[in-house]
Design a protein around this ligand. Sequence first.
Ligand code: G4P
Length: 193
Amino acid sequence: MNFLEERIMHDGVVKEGNILKVDSFLNHQLDVELFDQMGAEWKKRFEGIEVNKILTIEASGIGIACIVAKHFGVPVVFAKKTQSVNLDGEMYTAEVESFTHKNKNQVIVSKKFLNENDKILIIDDFLANGCALQGLISIINQSGASVSGIGIAIEKGFQTGGQIIRNMGYKLESLAIVESMDPTTGTVEFRGQ
Ligand code: G4P
């Protein structure tokens, strides 16, 4: 078991509806030392791959991305979520549907911060159905930039996102892949990596 899997076993809480609460260290209270370890691990996994910018999505991705960015020595851009968007041509936009929250958001990134020379590492906290990730990939494609890789903290391996993204040919590195969770016993099983 790696450091993140151990932390999930120790501090994660399995809720009804296949939700894993990790708000004591990943997405409400933030364990910056843990993020630093995650950054070092992704730096190893993306060794030799060119990255000049990290792209994430608000809110929970931002803290992780900032610490990871220190390991890559690159800036972070985060996609903003908005209900309505004034399409004035200055923004790349994509629609993202959340199955967890049952809502739809436009995600936007200013054209100032992404261009065809960029080699992007996408970082996010969770991968479930992959809608957020597909939105970010769409924005990168609109800009002409390329996707160097995708780093996810926790992938829910029993949902479809990971397989869809891997089938698209992207190098997706999830630090913990949850195969199953049981809210009655609180147990979490991980995919061997
Ligand atoms: P998808 O983007 O992979 O399709 O995921 P989905 O729509 O199902 O998830 C929507 C939101 O719920 C995302 O956060 C995602 O990180 C989060 N999420 C999904 N499954 C879990 C889970 O088991 N536990 C926790 N803690 N979060 C989960 P978001 O809406 O972008 O919110 P935030 O980044 O502002 O926190």
